[in-house]
Design a protein around this ligand. Structure first.
Ligand code: GLU
Length: 516
């Protein structure tokens, strides 16, 4: 264990909306940083300018804000000591060129002048032999690069402004070993690697060079990222070595995939569309520059999920605390989190469990907090109410719902007199005695002097018994007369909240409607 300050980064490429897998990567970075008193950085990796999707950088920022996992340095969150935090800006500031040069000077990288057409031809030739072409230790000897061309020729080409790329010179016969916190030792033979492009003559680094240079210059202690980057890690190790930075190389942790609910393959937007759940934190629309087609997508926020429920669910996709506790606030996650408890194997996404997490977090909200969320939802459909009334509605409804909007939708009868009455209950329970009984209840309640649930219940029961009716047999009918619905919150608490006037009006309406 070194006493190095923990500095982690989330380094998305702005190529579309941030998938929930990306949010999970950001979350684990955030949790580790907070747990160990470190820094959490947002770096935008936009070296591949062709794949940029306008608006996605802002989407990433908005998503992290909504989730409550805010970086303390980086794009959208204030500059820190390592600004700028966007790779295109770092390129403009000349951050990368010197390192490409350093690699060339030390013989670990070389210039290559092969045109796209020439490389395509090679590819075809290899295909014809049933093989895949790779620019590597074998093929580079027959290609157009500074290893095969004379020094003069190379100089001439560069000076004449010919387009070139800089490629890493992968050693021929070596084993690269790296220790991943989640996966243990990973060993790759260099024959598996190709001479990746690091830098282009327009001064733009590729992902690999920019990523390593930035992690070094930003003093990153841990690289926590998705499993899809594991194959690139040996190349990154070589770059650290060749640039003389091996002693400060970050520790790696490659996170497991998030799998479809049936466990078959990686979770994608298409699965969400097909099975009816979001795979993005926020709804939105972004237009792919390449296709020019706007793509709309649905988010957890708009589906009514609470950010802490969403985060709790995400935390468990690949990690567990080693206890039976499942419900965690963000702060509790910070306390409990460790990379050592992240699993190697893919994590199956479970949409039903996701709803359950939301429900648990909704129940942990105070009635006042829920009311605050409910009031605008009511306002949106033209219903005005007081905070005190909304708070009581939340108190009575909160055990019954999974989402805030269900407080409104399933509690509509608190705000509107019923237009319809549960047909099944009416069919089963309404008989020739019913109208007379409801009328008596109406009078008894109108005469009530104390408007409290227990007293109202007692009045109701007494009225039933005085008419030789078993109160239990008419309770649901009374509920339907008052609310229209066969089920709902504790009956007489609901009656108390609705108030004397409303109850009198509704019973009158029921008598004039049902059975007529
Ligand atoms: N820019 C890469 C991505 O979009 C980041 C990989 C890394 O974290 O090293 O996922």
């Amino acid at each position: 264990m070194s006493d190095r300050k923990v500095r982690v980064r989330f380094a998305p490429s702005p190529t579309g909306p941030l998938h929930m897998g990306g949010v999970r990567t950001a979350l684990y970075n955030y949790l580790l940083a907070k747990k160990l008193g470190g820094d959490f950085i947002l770096r935008i990796e936009d070296t591949d300018q062709e794949r940029l999707v306008p608006g996605s950088e802002q989407y990433i920022i908005d998503a992290l804000k909504w989730c409550g996992i805010e970086p303390n340095e980086g794009i959208g969150f204030g500059d820190g000591p390592c600004a700028p935090y966007r790779q295109s800006d770092r390129k403009a500031a000349g951050v990368y060129t010197q390192y490409a040069q350093q690699l060339i000077d030390a013989g670990h990288a070389y210039y290559a002048f092969d045109s796209k057409e020439e490389l395509d031809e090679q590819r075809k030739r290899f295909e014809g032999m049933g093989k895949a072409f790779a620019y590597n230790a074998v093929t580079r000897q027959n290609l157009k690069n500074s290893l095969t061309l004379s020094e003069d020729e190379v100089k001439k080409r560069i000076e004449s402004g010919e387009h070139y790329v800089v490629r890493i010179k992968i050693p021929r016969n070596e084993e690269i070993r790296l220790q991943d916190i989640i996966r243990g030792w990973v060993v790759v033979h260099t024959s598996q690697l190709d001479d990746k492009v690091l830098y282009k003559s327009d001064g733009m680094p590729t992902y690999h060079l920019a990523n390593v240079v930035d992690d070094y210059t930003m003093n990153i202690s841990h690289v926590i990222r998705g499993e899809e980057w594991l194959p690139s890690a040996p190349l990154h190790v070589l770059l650290y070595r060749y640039l003389g930075w091996e002693n400060v190389m970050p520790q790696f942790a490659h996170l497991p995939l998030i799998l479809r609910p049936d466990g078959n393959g990686k979770l994608s937007k298409r699965d969400g569309d097909r099975l009816g759940f979001p795979v993005f934190p926020l709804s939105g629309e972004l237009t792919d520059t390449k296709t020019g087609k706007p793509e709309t997508f649905t988010g957890y926020r708009e589906k009514g999920y609470l950010p802490d429920g969403f985060i709790n669910m995400l935390a468990f996709l690949g990690w567990n605390p080693g206890t039976t506790q499942e419900i965690f606030s963000l702060n509790e996650l910070v306390q409990a989190f460790s990379l050592e408890r992240v699993s190697k194997s893919g994590a199956k996404f479970d949409p039903e469990k996701t709803k359950w997490f939301n429900q648990q977090h909704l129940r942990m909200r105070t009635d006042a907090q829920l009311a605050e969320a409910l009031i605008p939802l009511l306002k949106a459909i033209g219903i005005e109410t007081t905070p005190a009334f909304a708070q009581e509605v939340c108190r009575l409804m909160k055990e019954k719902v999974q989402f805030t909007h269900e407080l409104r939708d399933q509690g509509m009868f608190f705000f509107n007199d019923p237009e319809m009455y549960d047909a099944d209950v009416i069919k089963k329970r309404w008989n020739e005695q019913s109208a007379g009984f409801i009328a008596k209840v109406k009078d008894a309640l109108a005469a009530a002097t104390v408007w409290k649930a227990a007293d109202l219940e007692a009045t109701f029961k007494a009225t039933a018994e005085a008419n030789s009716i078993n109160p239990g047999s008419v309770m649901q009918l009374f509920r339907v007369c008052v609310s229209g619905a066969g089920g709902g919150p504790v009956l007489f608490e609901m009656v108390e909240l609705l108030g004397k006037e409303t109850i009198a009006r509704r019973l009158e309406k029921a008598l004039n409607t049902i059975g007529k």
